[in-house]
Design a protein around this ligand. Structure first.
Ligand SMILES: O=C(O)CCC(=O)C(=O)O
Ligand SMILES: [Fe+2]
Length: 353
């Protein structure tokens, strides 16, 4: 059975030039072939922080629904907060998961009619009344942002760019995360929704640079291989799962592509908890189209069989445009409450819907 490659971040961070080069080469091949890999990290995200994040997530999902709804996403023009089972859609179908969305907190912009809607993504989070919750997930997002910085140095080298090329993405990055619960199939309350999946086949939810995912031991994430078959991203203790976001498709002229993935609701009878962190640049970033060496262009994935059609792709020249459109498709009620779409352009509403 095919499984995704495992990379060890310690090799890249070591003093050995050989180890670093090996990591960069392995990363390049993993990204070209799968767009996904496992990452062993023992520096940025301690096992204690991982455990604490999973424990706090479970504590939140155990709350009564009225408590959870106090922080629901519809309250937030920044698309942050709780979404109950079935509230999020993928490709216009309801997902069978509940979740809270967070982002690194930066000051909200003063929005006027002429401000691009994506600046409205900046702002505060909504936190539940659980001791240590805010501190845990704030630290967690910072730690993943540091992993992304290290990985982007390796990605730059793998594209034969200066190692620090992507440091231009480090100013007020639009890092976002989800705290997710997938119910098992057949649960009395949580019946599977239309497509019968935890989250349907997609890549446009991963519209930025990299996604860094911690999952518990239940499993359910699947990655679509170029021949259209599904590879299980089975949980491996001590490993995160990394995937390349859509922004890289534009930057690399589709040399590094975002791979379609989905989550099955499992039959083990157990909930699955996952914590995907979406590592992105500042919302106002102009996305560069890079010069890619010929030998890499020649290795672009060909004849890809995919459950996601190309017209769904979000690859705008300004990163924030892709992010806003991705979020407004996943959360149409939130978008329509706070923003209006005028001839294809979203603008903040002057009056609440
Ligand atoms: O929960 C997972 O394993 C993956 C979630 C995911 O792909 C997403 O939210 O974009
Ligand atoms: Fe995803």
């Amino acid at each position: 059975m095919v499984s995704l490659p495992i990379l060890d971040l310690n090799l890249f961070l070591s003093d050995s030039t050989e180890n670093k080069a090996r990591f960069v080469n392995d990363l390049q091949q993993a990204v070209l072939k799968y767009g996904f890999f496992y990452l062993r990290d023992t520096i940025f995200l301690s096992p204690e922080l991982q455990q604490s994040a999973l424990t706090h997530a479970k504590a939140f999902f155990a709350l009564p629904i009225e408590e959870k709804l106090k922080i629901q996403m519809i309250n937030s023009p920044h698309f942050r907060g709780y979404q109950r089972m079935g509230a999020e859609t993928t490709n216009f179908k309801q997902d069978n998961r509940e979740q809270i969305d967070y982002g690194l907190e930066v000051k909200a912009e003063h929005m006027t009619e002429s401000t691009p809607a994506y600046l409205g993504l900046k702002g505060p989070n909504q936190w539940p009344d659980i001791a240590g919750f805010k501190a845990t997930f704030s630290t967690y997002m910072e730690a993943c942002t540091d992993i992304a910085k290290a990985l982007l140095r390796a990605v730059a080298l793998s594209l034969e760019l200066d190692e620090h090329y992507f440091s231009m993405f480090e100013h007020e990055p639009h890092t976002r995360m989800k705290v997710v619960r997938y119910p098992p199939m057949g649960h009395q309350i949580d019946q599977p929704k239309e497509h019968g999946l935890g989250v349907g086949p997609h890549k446009l939810k991963d519209y930025g640079c990299l996604t860094i995912l911690l999952q518990d031991d239940v499993g359910g994430l699947q990655v679509q291989a170029t021949d259209g078959t599904w590879i299980d991203a089975t949980p491996i203790p001590g490993c995160l799962v990394i995937n390349i976001g859509e922004m890289f498709e534009r930057m690399t002229q589709k040399t590094y592509t975002a791979t379609v993935h989905r989550v099955l609701n499992n039959t083990s009878g157990k909930d699955r908890i996952s914590l995907p962190v979406f590592c992105n640049p500042n919302v106002a970033t102009q996305v560069p189209v890079l010069d890619i060496p010929e030998h890499l262009l020649a290795q672009r994935p060909k004849d890809v069989q995919s459950d996601v059609k190309t017209e769904q792709l979000l690859q705008y020249p300004v990163y924030g445009e892709s992010a806003f459109r991705g979020l407004s498709r996943s959360h149409p009620m939130v978008a329509n409450k706070w923003y209006e779409n005028r001839y294809g352009n979203w603008r903040r509403r002057t009056q609440a819907a």
